[in-house]
Design a protein around this ligand. Sequence first.
Ligand code: ADP
Ligand code: ADP
Length: 221
Amino acid sequence: MIEFERVSKRYAEGHDALREVSVTIEKDDMVFLTGHSGAGKSTLMRLIMLMERPTRGRVSVDGVDLSRVGRARIPAHRRNIGVVFQNHQLLFDRPVFDNVALPLLIAGYDHREVGRRVRASLDKVGLLSKERAMPITLSGGEQQRVGIARAVVGRPKILLADEPTGNLDPALSAEIMALFEAFNQVGVTVLIASHDLALISRLHHRILTLREGQLVGGEGH
Ligand code: ADP
Ligand code: ADP
């Protein structure tokens, strides 16, 4: 589903954020990406989302060489990818429903379909009863689940999460990881950047380790 072939990324002013990274992530995979701050985790994810282009090498997603995806097709590419952030990036002046509906409204879905899909997503993350709640009234774990509902509402093939449990205690973090596992079990490819080694080593998924832009563990399949 995601393939990096000898990918290097050098930013305008800096050393190489990624160096000769080769890795294949299969459709059924749930993979953790770890490494110190600055190791290149976010850069790797931004290349998948086409927020950045590689300096060398090839990134392919779902069989498509991303160098062949021009600017006009980037929005369509991103609709295949749900993204979860550490700080949720919720709209705090809008209720839960509106937050989750946002990607569908941008994509032009009609209102009945929006309602149906938003409720299906909220149900999957256990927040159906909170659709009218304002995000500020929710706990940190609930806010993160709203972020996950928003990421999956467009039924993406790939779910990317950048430190999704960064602000949560261990019990809530485990719950969030169980949610990602549930989406993975229904066929979503999941890639999660995390430096919570205690948490991710307890879950039995492949761990990719970046050190100064190079993969030092978990490469290949
Ligand atoms: P991580 O997510 O593991 O913390 P990043 O991918 O954010 O790592 O960063 C990798 C390296 O690239 C770091 O040295 C960082 O300073 C550099 N970097 C990241 N984004 C940019 C940018 N937009 N411009 C220049 N350098 C950047
Ligand atoms: P488009 O312009 O095609 O709507 P977007 O980048 O706005 O592309 O969104 C595409 C998909 O990426 C969304 O369906 C959603 O799953 C995910 N996404 C984008 N931005 C966010 C975000 N801030 N939080 C969560 N998911 C996001």
